[in-house]
Design a protein around this ligand. Sequence first.
Ligand code: ZN
Length: 468
Amino acid sequence: MTVKLTFMGAARGVTGSRYLINSNGTMLLVDCGLFQEREFLYRNWEKFRCIPSELHAVLLTHAHLDHCGMLPRLVAQGFHGKVYCTPATAELAKIVLMDSAKIMAEDAAFKKKRHLKENRKARFPEEPLYTTADVEKTFKLFAPVEYREPIQIADGIEATFHDAGHVLGSAMIRLRFKFNGEKRSIVFSGDIGRWNKPILEDPDVFKYTDYVVIESTYGDRQHEGTDEVSEKLAKIVNDAFSLGGNIIVPSFALQRAQEILYYLNILLMNKDIPPLDVYIDSPMAEKVTEVYKHFAELYDVDMKVLMRINRSPFDFPGLKKVETVEQSKDLNGQSGTYMIIAGAGMANGGRVKHHLANNISRPESTVMFVGYQAAGTLGRVILDGAQNVRIFGKLYQVKAKITQIHGLSAHADRDELMKWIGMIKVNPKHVYITHGEKESAESFSRYLHEQTGYQTSVPDYEETVNLD
Ligand SMILES: [Zn+2]
């Protein structure tokens, strides 16, 4: 039997997760992610390294764009097999991909106009990578699978999805190959979540596997303790009440926004903060929260207890939806202390920009960052202590209180990665380190080898290995 694995993305980089399996001629893809790092964007425009119509199936770990964001393009170019994923991932991917197609269409139209005006030639085609019609075609291919129930993908190939504890529905995937009495297995970690994270179950672990493909986003770092999140949040809210101003929270729509609600709900229940109006001003976060409500069977035990005693973090008194742009604008006329959670998570777009424009020069207002802010984004500029920031072309003095909560990461840190892989009882034949910047991946590869003696390596982009 021959099983070949090709790293078509997330190799010495964080985005574009895409792994091609060729097992005796049957071709499978694990994930089909979008490249989002600036230096790798050109890869989204390259031809797929496999013929989409010849692919037998795609197995999807979760609904983040860097894992599923190129699926509609694969479909537009002829893929017509099944896309296996958990039911929650299917629902979330529909929201995320539709949003992505709309943003791509807007961006392409905007760029076309600007390049024409500036008489400039574009680096990439001024068209979206795919359309909403391609996304709709993709929806039809989703084949939902439950956690821990093995399914036959093709002759001699079985897949099992396990809970990754990263975002709702996220999965680790184990593939088992069986031909003429020979057996092999490989585990794709997907994005590994964290132990004791709100709402979600802890990551599943594996006792035996021949090969592992493991992420390494934080392979060279340790996170701050999660216990401090609650304390910090309470202090920020209480201070905001003393100041008498608003709290603006730029947040990602998937998982982060729901986690903030979880922590707020507990603080409100324990009366650690005064009753607080919380506005979710993000249509996408609203839709995602609906999916979270729908899949209550995936919650961890603490969350299930909250539901049983009617204390859902998605329904607490004071939690309010903002549906229209008009309602969103009206928020800024209100007095008193309230919280607005809005996208984009790095404040580089979305409704949060309006709220920042309205609040950043008010000394009584607070801006609370709850996630990573990439270099060059408005969020990063504010966080780095800029005195003035430009929003919608206008210069604003930064007078609001700028705060940040660490410890909300959705990815395991180095010790947590070690804990996860340490559960494997028999040494795997090889561990491939992916989904991390070069330094992080290499550091984790060395560390893992030193600590366990496992054979490890950081594969190159488009490298192919034999799983013997
Ligand atoms: Zn992810």
